[in-house]
Every structure is written in structure tokens, then in C-alpha cells.
Design a protein around this ligand. Sequence first.
Ligand code: HEC
Length: 138
Amino acid sequence: MRIALVLTTLLFLLSFCAGEKHQNQHKKITAKKKSNMQQDEFSEDQLQTIKQLLSNTPQAQISAVDAAATYKTYCGLCHGQKGEMSINGAKILMDTNTSLSERVAQIYFGKGTMTPFKGTLKDEQIIAVAQYIDELKK
Ligand code: HEC
């Protein structure tokens, strides 16, 4: 009977320690994630890249993109088909008041949990879909 009591106490203590360790680990992970998300601003270099991208992409190429379809395929998942959704901390695009270059930077480089689309989408697709956000706001 005594042994059983000692054993239960030990087990209890052990699980308590393990639980605490786990909690600490969890805290560390969330702290890391937060500092990642707080990296709000894009760097000068990044903004320069976006400026060039905007001035080097011909309007005809941008107009040729099916922006609505591109949005549905690549963005709707997190932002909703009408920009009304916010999955995993995604911003409600219907209500965004970002400038065109801010949006292009966001799509090109990604931020927080939003993946970068550089490489996945062509420059003209990125610009077209950034412009398309204005349609969502109507
Ligand atoms: C994996 C989910 C996910 C996908 C897919 C995604 N986004 Fe995002 N988006 C996010 C998250 C999360 C944020 C907020 C990022 C932050 O600031 O921490 C965000 C923010 C934005 C912003 C900034 C809005 C503001 O008001 O600051 C724009 C613009 C944007 N996304 C456009 C797009 C476009 C266009 C696409 C498709 C090419 C897209 N996103 C695909 C998750 C996603």
C-alpha cells in the first residue's frame, strides 16, 4: 500500500515536471513566432526591388493576366474568395488600406505566416492580383 502511494506521488511529480518543460518549450516557440511577425517593415532593398518590378513590368502584360482566377487559386485559401476571410492571422483584404507597392511587396516577399509568391507567380501576376484587391473592396 505504501509503495503504491510513493509510486503515485513519484509519477505525479514526474508528469508535473514534464508538463512544465513542455509548457516552457511552447512559450519559446510562440515568442519566436511573434518576433517574426513583428518584423513589420520591408527593408530599403526590398522596397527598391518592388519599385523596379513595378516600373519594369509592361502594362500590357499585367492586363493580360486573369487576376480574378489567380486570386481564387493562390489567395482565396487564406483570404477568402471575396477577401472577407482571415485564416491563420491573414488580413481581411476587403478592408485593407495598403498601397499598391505595399501589397506587391507583401505578395512578393511574404510576411508573417503568408508565404512569398516570388518564383511561384510571375511579376505581372503579382501586380495584377495586387490591383485586383481594389475590386474586392467595392
Ligand atoms: C497561407 C495563407 C495566405 C495565403 C495563401 C495568402 N496570404 Fe496574404 N496574408 C496572409 C497573412 C497571415 C497576412 C498577414 C501577414 C502579417 O502582416 O503578419 C497576409 C497579408 C496580406 C496582405 C497585407 C494586407 C494588409 O492590410 O496589411 C496582402 C495585400 C495580402 N496578404 C495579399 C495576398 C495575395 C494577393 C495573395 C495571393 C497571391 C495572398 N495574400 C495569399 C496569409 C496568406
